[in-house]
Design a protein. Structure first.
Length: 285
């Protein structure tokens, strides 16, 4: 089955299976391994842009110095050059934080993507700093307003698995001043782990020194006035399927790869009046 036919069938074969979260705009969330098939989208709308979201992109723990071959091949053959494309890396996209590793990633992004978002992980740290990362990339905080949502990608590689106070203030400013009802947050760490009732484990608990909050979005002011989708990448290195948790106005997704034939990524398809979030098995393309 071709990728385009697969996406078309996903858009057509929909049903609203949850009343826990209420998006005002047309939003489709199709993540089968998380048992989420939610919302609707207009299949006749033109696709404006696409975002490929990958956690633990360096692949099998302890091996490699670049994306695994199957991931590299998938991206090279899947990117649609007729629309604007973004690569979003949700941490641990290099095994060792060397200048050479970061430059390989940067060169690949420049070759195949129009822009990028990065939520750094513990593997991007060099002796507790981001010195080499900053020599190649401009920032560890990214944001952009798409047609139907505000996207934020921030550095949660701290002792409480939350952004620094300064970045939290900037995030609250952006959320308070956007007209978008939907907010997508990209992180590496599963700072929302407490709401899973110990049903999953991240790839590691590195850096964490404080108790995680039972209400993971309390650091966001007036968080009840928006709808949130949180996608975190410190997961999947050992073959775990994507995990999702729904609350009243939020969906939390954990997803990453480990260079196995079950690896999947999260893809966001942006249209003028709607957007879709899909889980895509990379070995099936």
């Amino acid at each position: 089955m071709s990728k385009r036919l697969y996406l078309f069938l996903i858009f057509v074969f929909l049903h609203n299976c949850s009343n826990q979260i209420s998006f005002e705009q047309n939003v489709l969330i199709s993540v089968p391994s998380c048992n989420i098939e939610f919302g609707k989208s207009n299949i006749f709308e033109t696709v404006n842009s696409e975002i490929y979201i990958i956690g633990h992109a360096y692949g099998k723990p302890g091996e490699g110095d670049f994306f695994p071959k199957r991931l590299e091949s998938f991206l090279v053959n899947s990117v649609d050059t007729n629309v604007k494309n973004y690569l979003a890396l949700t941490g641990d996209f290099v095994r060792e934080p060397t200048l050479e590793s970061f430059k390989k990633i940067q060169d690949f992004i420049k070759l195949y993507f129009d822009d990028y978002f990065i939520a750094v992980g513990n593997h991007e740290l060099n002796d507790g700093t981001l010195d080499n990362f900053y020599k190649v990339f401009n920032s560890d905080f990214y944001y952009y307003e798409f047609e139907n949502y505000l996207l934020l990608a921030s550095n949660h590689s701290n002792s409480d698995w939350l952004p620094t106070t300064e970045v939290i203030e900037e995030i609250n400013f952006l959320i308070s001043n956007t007209e978008k009802k939907n907010i997508i947050i990209l992180s590496h760490q599963l700072f929302w782990l407490e709401i899973t009732n110990n049903s999953i484990k991240p790839n590691s608990d590195e850096l964490l020194e404080e108790k995680l909050p039972s209400k993971p979005l309390d650091w966001i002011q007036n968080n009840h006035t928006k709808n949130f989708i949180v996608i975190s990448g410190d997961y999947g290195a050992y073959g775990a399927k994507p995990y999702c948790k729904q609350t009243k106005n939020a969906i939390f997704i954990a997803n990453g790869i480990g260079d196995t034939n079950l690896d999947s990524i999260i893809k966001i398809v942006n249209k003028e009046n709607s957007f879709g979030i899909f889980e895509i098995l990379i070995s099936g393309n």
